[in-house]
Design a protein around this ligand. Structure first.
Ligand code: SF4
Length: 308
């Protein structure tokens, strides 16, 4: 694999990790860099890289739902046909079964190259005693989310739309801010335009309130990168677990807040770097959180306290 440089970029999830624990942020974005080369990376880098790619069961549930909806929508947009719900459920069941087995057998430790799509569950690494009912409930919640997706208006809305108006189905997009020189990444679950309006969807698969900042960043992206007027941008949160929708629109003051927030976040992240120009970091500059509850759920817990 060709060498490539670790370039700085900003994203909502990166900011979240930075808030949670500076050391976790370091392991995730710097310490694990290059660890995909199983036979070349040193042991610590390799371990950090493998651990970085673990997902807990709630994240796995979210990924299973997001990936299946992506398949359904892509099929719908390209062929005009709606995948029957029963077919979708069988497909996701098969995928989850295979992923579970692969993760349980720890195959992710053996794979060379990117582990981004490799099944690797936090619970198999750290909590092998998790009872079967918990895994079963997790699976049933995936099915519930899919059933609620089919009951929602989304399939009907997308059916018959020309392909060109669909701006995103789970596409990760890198763009530059108008107010900062850094690259940032946004991933919209679904976005489509209707004349001068854009409708952005975000699927949620758990309970609890969504973070409005995430939706505000979607609106900022639609405003700056896709050139929609602010009053023509809406973000719809579709909670597939609790089966409700909530629509958000944003004011110029909120956009101003988002810009300031992002500028501060970038400045803060860079202030921890040993060389901000080259995006170089030294581990000892990134302190561990003192909140041990965060550590209990952290992917790096098995190695963190052995390092300096
Ligand atoms: S184990 Fe705790 S201190 Fe270490 S990286 Fe994780 S959250 Fe931070």
């Amino acid at each position: 694999m060709a060498d490539f440089k670790n370039e700085f970029s900003w994203s909502y999830s990166r900011d979240n990790l930075f808030q949670e624990c500076k050391r976790e942020y370091y392991y995730n974005y710097y310490g694990s860099w290059g660890g995909w080369e199983k036979n070349k990376a040193d042991e610590i880098t390799r371990t950090l890289y493998v651990l970085k790619n673990l997902q807990n069961r709630w994240q796995w549930k979210g990924s299973a739902v997001h990936d299946e909806i992506e398949r359904i929508l892509k099929e719908l947009v390209s062929t005009g046909k709606v995948t029957p719900l029963e077919k979708s459920k069988s497909r996701v069941t098969e995928i989850m079964r295979n992923d579970f087995r692969s993760s349980r057998d720890g195959l992710y430790w053996n794979k060379n190259g990117s582990l981004r799509n490799e099944p690797a569950l936090f619970e198999h690494e750290y909590r092998p005693e998790i009872p079967d009912q918990i895994w079963k409930r997790n699976y049933e919640e995936v099915i519930l989310c899919l059933e609620n997706f089919y009951k929602s208006s989304v399939i009907e809305e997308i059916s018959g739309l020309p392909k060109e108006v669909v701006c995103s189905i789970e596409s990760m997009t890198g763009s530059y801010f108008s107010f900062n020189t850094e690259l940032y990444y946004v991933k919209l679950d679904l976005a489509y335009s209707m004349e001068d309006r854009i409708k952005i969807y975000d699927w949620k698969t758990g309970s609890g309130d969504a973070d409005e900042l995430q939706f505000l960043i979607y609106a900022l992206y639609a405003l700056e990168e896709l050139d929609f007027d602010l009053d023509k941008i809406s973000v719809t949160e579709l909670n597939l677990f609790e089966n409700y929708t909530k629509v958000y629109s944003f004011t110029p003051e909120q956009i101003k807040f988002a810009r300031e927030y992002i500028n501060n976040s970038i400045e803060n992240m860079k202030s921890y770097l040993s060389d901000p120009q080259e995006n170089e970091a030294i581990m000892s500059n990134f302190p561990r959180t003192e909140d041990r509850k965060i550590c209990e759920l952290c992917k790096f817990q098995k190695i963190c306290f052995d390092l300096d």
